[in-house]
Design a protein around this ligand. Structure first.
Ligand code: EPU
Length: 420
């Protein structure tokens, strides 16, 4: 297994280019299943999760080719509607083939994704929404077995204890696009990735209004066709580099980052003393007068994203003062904490809250990545720690960050990947 070795202390400077958004690419690739024909998806990041989605689509009968960041999917010969355990168990986002398979074939067998290291991850809202469209859904031998004679438009409410659901909204939007009549999704997720999916579905011939608000209206159509689309830039990757620039008191330009997608992060970083400017086609980050403690609560979009919680923690470690994190989406998403403690961090956990005493001198250590965003926080901590940090189990990082070692090296970090 590859390792990443970082010698901390370098100030980051220069430009970094943001890749396409993982969390847009995955449901958009899945949605190509809705129609027979060829779709061309551009700006697709080179990530392990994207490879997994391509394997799932191939296992269903799709033909796929990839040239750099462009993926061509031909779904004409898709005959299977079973997404197997071996693939789904490696990536929870595989659940987003459920809606398109049900929409196109009236049947889908998708392995139940279960929980994951960031905590329990129920799919009750996906099931509730698809049942409202007329699907019969049972759980059999670890599989979600969904059947529908004809899907019918309906009124769906997608609220749960932790707010809406991103992939649940995606699944309902995709299935409802081929349902008879009008569907409304209330309390829909508003994430930019949902807007991007709706844009692609629109190009396929779907009639969707309101994506990006809490009320999405879908008028079902009889058929969809393949389409071409360019994936939006990854706001979480951009936010991670913003934090890398901030904690190293660097001066970096994050090319391609969309400011409007990052307002909660911009707001918190500014409060911490980071100077953030829109510049050309990107965001410029630098620090003039040191960093201050901040409090952050994760929330659904447009709130501060849970997918940046682990990374903003590293900023809290290098500021003077007490900071607090409240995790409102995944109350147990704190695997990074014990590894950061090994680097000298001072963090107390109280339920879904972290109290962080900043200003400690972090010291490099061998640490182990346990999930994607946790891994990113360990790399960030390594950038500011004294001496050498060795992050193992880098495959987690490769699920969601395209060439992170190369990109950070381009900004002046002393970082290398050791291939096993
Ligand atoms: N939830 C339910 N019932 C459901 C579905 C979700 O109670 O049926 C709860 C979850 O347990 C959680 C909250 O609702 O507390 C939000 O979960 P959501 O369904 O929105 O998550 P997701 O769609 O499975 C996507 C991203 C995650 C990101 C979350 C929240 C993709 C592929 N994944 O997951 O990204 O954390 O939204 O923003 O889009 C990551 O990229 O590292 C990552 C984990």
């Amino acid at each position: 297994m590859d390792k990443i070795v970082i010698n901390g202390g370098n100030r980051l400077k220069g430009k970094v280019k943001i890749s396409g958004a993982k969390n847009s690419a995955l449901p958009i690739l899945a949605s190509t299943l809705l129609a027979p024909g060829v779709s061309v998806i551009r700006n697709v990041p080179g990530l392990r999760d994207v490879d997994t989605m391509m394997r799932i689509l191939r296992s269903l009968g799709a033909r796929i080719s990839r040239r750099h960041t462009e993926i061509v999917v031909d779904t004409t010969d898709v005959r299977s509607f079973t997404a197997p355990y071996e693939l789904v168990s490696t990536m929870r986002a595989s659940i987003c083939v459920l809606g398109p398979l049900l929409g196109r074939f009236g049947k889908a067998n998708v392995s139940h994704p279960g929980g994951c290291v960031i905590g329990p991850r129920p799919i009750d809202l996906h099931i509730k929404g698809l049942r409202k469209l007329g699907a019969e859904i049972t759980i059999e031998r670890g599989y979600i077995v969904a059947r529908a004679g004809e899907l019918k438009g309906s009124e769906i409410f997608l609220g749960g204890a932790f707010g809406s659901t991103v992939l649940g909204t995606a699944n309902c939007m995709m299935a409802a696009s081929l349902a008879k009549g009008v569907t409304t999704i209330e309390n829909a997720a508003c994430e930019p990735e949902i807007v991007d999916l709706a844009a692609f579905l629109g190009k396929m011939g779907a009639r969707i209004e309101g994506a990006g608000t809490h009320m999405v209206r879908i008028e079902g159509v009889n058929e969809l066709k393949g389409a071409e689309h360019t994936i939006i830039p990854d706001r979480i990757e951009a936010g991670t580099y913003m934090i890398a620039g901030a904690i190293t008191e660097g001066d970096i330009l994050i090319e391609g980052a969309i400011f409007e997608h990052l307002q909660a992060a911009v707001d918190k970083l500014e409060e911490a003393g980071v100077r953030i400017l829109r510049e050309g086609n990107g965001i410029k980050v630098d620090v003039e007068n040191g960093l201050k403690a901040i409090d952050v609560t994760t929330m659904p979009y447009p709130g501060f994203p849970t997918d940046m919680q682990a990374q903003i923690l590293t900023l809290m470690l290098v500021t003077d003062g007490i900071s607090i994190i409240t995790e409102r989406i995944y109350p147990d998403r704190f695997m990074h904490v014990s590894e950061l403690l090994r680097m000298g961090a001072s963090i107390i956990r109280e339920g879904s809250r972290l109290v962080v005493k900043g200003g400690a001198n972090l010291s490099g250590a061998p640490v182990m990545a346990s999930d994607l965003r946790a891994s990113a926080s360990l790399v960030l901590a390594g950038l500011v720690a004294e001496g050498e940090t060795e992050v193992s189990r880098v495959y987690h990082l490769d699920r969601g960050y395209e060439r992170i070692d190369e990109k950070l090296r381009g900004l002046g970090a002393d970082i290398k990947r050791i291939k096993s």
